[in-house]
Ligand binder design. Structure first.
Ligand code: ATP
Ligand code: MG
Length: 347
């Protein structure tokens, strides 16, 4: 049995439909991420699962029990769902330990102490248990918030951008820690983020959303290497779409030469397509006749990310070691190296 199943959820604020047939599921102890640009409906989806919003259509099933359908609505406090938000909202007048114990007040003193000590240990906050929220850092506060939400052993933990107020370095580190903590507690959880590195660090699978619709729910690897549509191709990782035309021999002719690949039968001669070009597909080849002009350059530490323009004005990206500094407006020869092209037809 799945831990969570969300089936074809529609939701609207008044006349404004926000979610369209939103599908999502989680196995026991699995961590899923909702990833997408601002306003795509991530928080709304989470709020619907938590019971703060009532969907117009669809079903939410947790541990085999329907929480939502046309006839059923289980109140949020009866759903056994824990939540962690971006604005941490610890109780300022309670110590770290008392914050963690808040949701298990009804347990005996003994059990409460046992559980809170266990969690203090798990999130690495034992030595701060007597401190108050204003006496600890943002990252530490977020760990306490996580422990507080996990204390009652919820069936499902929902986290809405819990790390977005932290600086980037701490964010990645804490994202990895959160994954370990959730896995140790064997919690099933959903993390909402618009930061793909965070989603890659935390999620077993990642649901990419755009304008209220699920675009692809998949592993990070598949999202990067086998994007199902243009949106996912451009949203995940770095890359651009290079126009091409299907040639006779089942190859794609582009400004930068022919790209070979197993084209499906549906691809006909002269069909117009766009091929996904990742920076790692572009190799510097000075003798090559396929020339591009450098239009922009971004320092990335060990490498520079270059934006290159082809003869017909298409853009591609390319990484080169930062010891090899090329100049804007310089013309260079490049070669494409693509094993299995990902492409989308263009009407
Ligand atoms: N209370 C509300 N009333 C009306 N419209 C709302 C309300 N809350 C959100 N919306 C709209 O619903 C859409 C989705 O919002 P939502 O907060 O789910 O996006 P999000 O993906 O969480 O974005 P972000 O990454 O910025 O947090 C947006 O267009 C937003 O303007
Ligand atoms: Mg949001």
């Amino acid at each position: 049995m799945k831990r969570l199943e969300v089936k074809k959820l529609d939701f609207a604020y008044g006349r404004n439909q926000i979610l369209f047939e939103f599908d999502f599921s989680l196995e026991e102890s699995q961590i899923g991420c909702l990833l997408g640009p601002s306003g795509c409906g991530k928080t709304t989806a989470l709020r619907a699962i938590a019971g703060f919003e009532n969907p117009t259509k669809g079903e939410i099933i947790l541990n085999g029990n329907k929480l939502n359908s046309s006839k059923i609505f289980v109140e949020p406090e009866k759903r056994q769902i824990g939540m962690v938000f971006q604005d941490i909202a610890l109780f300022p007048h309670l110590s770290v330990k008392e914050n963690i114990q808040f949701g298990i007040r009804s347990l005996s003193q003994n059990l409460r102490d046992k559980r809170s000590n266990e969690l203090l240990d798990l999130v690495g906050m034992s030595e701060f248990k007597k401190k108050y929220p204003h006496e600890i850092s943002g990252g530490q506060q977020q760990r306490v918030a996580l422990a507080r939400a996990m204390a009652p052993k919820p069936s499902l933990l929902l986290m809405d951008e819990p790390l977005s107020s932290l600086d980037e370095e701490l964010r990645e580190q804490l994202a990895r820690e959160i994954r370990l903590i959730l896995k140790q507690e064997k919690v099933s959880a959903i993390l909402v983020t618009h930061d793909q590195n965070e989603a890659f660090a935390v999620g077993d699978h990642i649901c990419v959303m755009h304008q209220g619709r699920v675009q692809q729910n998949d592993s990070a690897y598949n999202l990067y290497h086998h994007p199902l549509n243009r949106f996912v191709a451009e949203f995940i990782g770095e890359g651009t779409l290079l126009p091409g035309v299907v040639a006779d021999e089942g190859t794609i002719a582009t400004d930068l030469g022919e790209i070979k690949g197993n084209l499906p039968e549906s691809c006909k001669h002269q069909d117009k397509v766009d091929v996904l070009i990742r920076p790692e597909n572009v190799i510097l080849a000075n003798d090559n006749e396929n020339k591009v002009v450098i239009t922009a350059r971004y320092f990335r530490g060990s490498s520079y990310l270059y934006t290159l323009k082809t003869n017909s004005g298409a853009e591609i990206l390319c990484f080169l070691s930062s010891s090899e500094s090329l100049q804007i407006d310089q013309s260079i020869g490049v070669q494409l190296q693509i094993e299995k092209p990902v492409f989308f037809s263009r009407s």
